[in-house]
Design a protein around this ligand. Structure first.
Ligand SMILES: [Fe+2]
Ligand SMILES: [Fe+2]
Length: 190
């Protein structure tokens, strides 16, 4: 089976009604595609992993990652995608360590997209288009801001990937800019 982006998206939507979970999937897809383009990797594959990584989160939060593995395997999705999905929960809900470049990237940017989104939304423009890494760094230091975003996990991800945090933030912003309209972060447009 060689899956398509459309199949990944329709599977995600089948299991996730929540607008915020769908938006999160699109944000991570945008960043993964951006990183794949920059690294000369398979953009379609990286994008699908971004879309599907939280597939089971709405319906099976207690079995996060494990249930996604079952669903994807039952439906014949490639092992490469299943392994990547499992590895984003490394140390939290799985013991599957991120290994490939694709997995390292997913692990590093997943939580970071949340901090970038939260930072964009408290700015006057409510947009990611004019957001600077510097602003995200400032919010990074405020532990009460977007307190659910685990900074230490992002740091660990950046370190494993071998990319300085500042650069990872800039790349995450760039990837989210490419999908700004789809994730509701292009500011007020009326
Ligand atoms: Fe997750
Ligand atoms: Fe996620």
């Amino acid at each position: 089976m060689i899956p398509t982006r459309e199949e990944a998206w329709s599977l995600l939507c089948e299991f996730n009604q929540s607008a915020s979970l769908r938006t999160h999937a699109l944000a991570v897809e945008g960043v993964m595609r951006h990183l794949a383009r920059k690294r000369g990797a398979d953009e379609e594959l990286w994008g699908m992993v971004g879309i599907l990584h939280d597939l089971d989160y709405e319906k099976y939060p207690e079995e996060h990652c494990r249930k996604a593995e079952t669903i994807l395997r039952e439906r014949g999705w490639p092992e490469e995608i299943i392994h990547a999905v499992l590895s984003h929960g490394w140390g939290i809900c799985t013991e599957v360590e991120p290994e490939s470049e694709m997995e390292q990237c997913l692990y590093a940017v997943d939580e970071l997209t949340g901090l970038v989104t939260a930072t964009a939304l408290v700015r006057p423009s409510r947009s990611v288009l004019d957001l600077k890494a510097k602003s995200v760094k400032k919010k990074w230091k405020d532990a009460r801001f977007a307190a659910g975003v685990d900074r230490s996990l992002i740091e660990k991800g950046a370190e494993r990937l071998g990319v300085p945090l500042e650069e990872l933030i800039s790349e995450t912003i760039a990837g989210m800019r490419a999908v700004a309209a789809a994730i509701g972060l292009e500011g007020e447009t009326d």
